[in-house]
Ligand binder design. Sequence first.
Ligand SMILES: Nc1nc2c(c(=O)[nH]1)N[C@H]1C(S)=C(S)[C@@H](COP(=O)(O)O)O[C@H]1N2
Ligand SMILES: [Mo]
Length: 308
Amino acid sequence: MPRYRFPEPPGRLITPREYLMPRRTLLAGLGAAGLAMGAPQLLRAKTLSAQPWPDSTDETLTSREVATGYNNFFEFGTSKSDPAAQAHRLQTDPWTIAVSGRVHAPGEIGMEDILSGFDLEERIYRLRCVEGWSKVIPWIGFPLKDLLARFDPTSDARYVEFETLHDPEQMPNQTGDDIDWPYREGLRMDEAMHPLTLLAVGMYGEMLPNQCGAPIRLVVPWKYGFKSIKSIVHIRVASERPVSSWEARAPREYGFYANVNPEVRHPRWHQATERRLHDGGRIATAKFNGYGEQVAHLYDDMDLFEHF
Ligand SMILES: Nc1nc2c(c(=O)[nH]1)N[C@H]1C(S)=C(S)[C@@H](COP(=O)(O)O)O[C@H]1N2
Ligand SMILES: [Mo]
């Protein structure tokens, strides 16, 4: 018996035809056999329909091949090709996320509960991601706020911290010291509650491939890529600002906020342009990665040069 079924698609379909044709659901990928094999499963059943974020980009999508072959996932190595070559070692089923800290209902939630709790068939978000290079990806996911709500944050909840799995047997580069493992990231509560802050579970109509952060990762489109932490096992709601892994490693290079700001140089390189991966073209990087209309108000009274 399927553990999750897509309802009938809504009438208005916006996502490009090529991502509607495969007629897949996330369901097949949930089977133990499916995920254990590591390959993203072809998803069966009803049409995967779409209701993207209304202001999502109309830029050309990055091909699936490029998006899944050029990655950063330091747990598997530091070169862009390591994740695709090594991430098959990661066992993503079963998977649970523990939610702790400033919440009234701390606990654990399994991936199948997460997936069955959201109308994923209506949740395709075509968003751009940037960090020197840029991709445009049709994510499947849901706003982080919808998961946080299930755990009922307390009134002094001001930040959210995320942690990736720590298991050097599955993640071979965790024996090295590139990062103080496990990989950790954080958001301020209003950033975490913004509807553009997603937990992604799929892309291109399939379950996330391991190198892209299976089975569940963060996507924060107006921030530099390193904020979008992969393969999350722990979410801690906090009253104090957490210190993220990159910030801990090099505080002058990687700020907590990490908002895309082409005017703020990284000490070792400028951040004014990006290389578009779909055609190799170099283009000017937009402030907030182009999502300023949606998110600039979050930072109205902040100096974004000081809080970079
Ligand atoms: N756990 C974990 N999450 C991670 C990383 C990582 O090394 N480990 N790299 C980050 C960085 S630096 C980037 S640019 C993006 C890359 O995401 P992509 O490979 O899907 O493009 O993932 C982010 N999330
Ligand atoms: Mo990155």
